[in-house]
Design a protein around this ligand. Structure first.
Ligand SMILES: [Zn+2]
Length: 132
């Protein structure tokens, strides 16, 4: 990883972190306020339940992403940013440009995805390669 590009990844990560924190805070506030709202009718209640579910899911995703961003920032500090957590190979810059908090190289990521997801068809590997 050329140290020349590190500052740009660092500022990208910090930017993502701030955006995420703002989102998480916003979601938290909304979910805190929600119970005190009067329930108007069943339709309204169902809609609220649905959007609340949506918000919870989004929140969990945000937390997960935030965790990855924090880990990436930690790696920059430790001087091993851009190294795959599994195989110790350098993660391609093209991938870091898109996902600055990437933890794995493309190959390991597709291995992990194949392990954690039930393979539905043989096209999956080609799909993830195209997403690089
Ligand atoms: Zn790897």
């Amino acid at each position: 990883m050329p140290t020349k590009k590190l500052p740009s990844y660092l500022s990208k990560l910090k930017e993502i972190r701030e955006t995420l924190l703002a989102d998480v805070e916003k979601n938290f506030k909304i979910s805190q306020e929600e119970p005190s709202e009067p329930v108007a009718d069943i339709t309204d209640d169902a809609a609220r339940a649905y959007s609340s579910q949506l918000m919870t899911n989004l929140g969990e995703q945000d937390w997960e992403k935030l965790k990855q961003v924090d880990e990436a920032l930690e790696k920059i500090k430790d001087g091993n940013y851009g190294i795959c957590s599994t195989c110790d190979q350098a993660i391609p810059e093209a991938r870091l440009d898109v996902v600055p908090f990437a933890k794995f190289c493309v190959e390991c990521l597709s291995n992990i995805e194949n392990e954690t997801q039930t393979p539905t068809n043989g096209l999956r590997k080609n799909d993830s390669e195209e997403n690089l």
